[in-house]
Design a protein. Structure first.
Length: 234
């Protein structure tokens, strides 16, 4: 096998089957000028035959075997991103960079990992970032320019559409509105549902409010049925 080391390296002139470690790195083999990776790969397969198991200590590159005197990685265990630290195949991501959609206007996407699982997120899944041009919860936004990657004032109402039906129609503030000029606002009175209705976003539909949500809404001797109606006990 010591002779095999000489053959693998190819340029190990002066290699012999006897000698000591030291400048040679492996007994009898002159490994000067050979990369650290190659050297470690050779050492792992000393005194082993082709097909014998070896290990480079990395889980994500598969189970290694000796091939022609080198420790060669096998088939990776994951088709999805691989978490080396926990030796686990992730669903979508291991690092925040796995979630990056390459768009500045969508904000910084992030990956739910063991380190931030206290955020009550699903591990190994990507989550959207927050637009750098405003927080939609506030209902006041500037427009993000996808070509220039800058925030700019809105110019027309259609630029302010947030895609949500239940919160009403958005519009662009006019010059007459002073500090709200060029920012996106929710149009007053544009909510699609009345005060006695609640909104179902998935169906884009207004449903009448039920008479009750729970038994305590109905008073004594009554209970709240599955249709949201107060019924008397029989």
């Amino acid at each position: 096998m010591k002779k095999l080391v000489c053959v693998v390296v190819g340029l190990l002139a002066g290699c012999s089957v006897s000698g000591n470690e030291g400048d040679f790195g492996v007994e009898g083999a002159n490994l000067r000028g050979v990369s650290r990776f190659q050297r470690q790969s050779i050492i792992r397969c000393l005194d082993k035959q082709d097909g014998d198991s070896c290990s480079d200590g990395v889980w994500c590159n598969g189970e290694e075997t000796c091939q022609n005197g080198l420790c060669v990685p096998g088939e990776p265990p994951c088709d999805t991103p691989c978490d080396e630290m926990h030796r686990h195949c992730a669903d979508e991501c291991v690092f925040d960079s796995d979630c990056d959609d390459g768009l500045w206007c969508t904000g910084q996407e992030w990956c739910c990992t063991w380190e931030n699982s206290d955020l009550h997120c699903e591990k190994y899944h990507c989550y959207q970032g927050v637009s750098p041009c405003g927080n939609p919860i506030w209902g006041v936004l500037t427009v993000c320019d996808h070509e220039l990657d800058v925030c700019r004032p809105c110019r027309e109402d259609i630029e302010c559409d947030d895609g949500c039906w239940c919160n009403g129609q958005e519009r662009c503030g006019t010059a007459e509105e002073g500090r709200h000029h060029g920012v996106c606002l929710h149009a007053v009175g544009s909510n699609p549902c009345s005060d006695d209705e609640y909104c179902i976003e998935e169906k884009r539909f207004c449903e009448p409010l039920p008479e009750c949500w729970q038994d305590s809404d109905c008073g004594p001797e009554k209970w709240c049925d599955e249709n949201g109606k107060c019924a008397e006990y029989r």
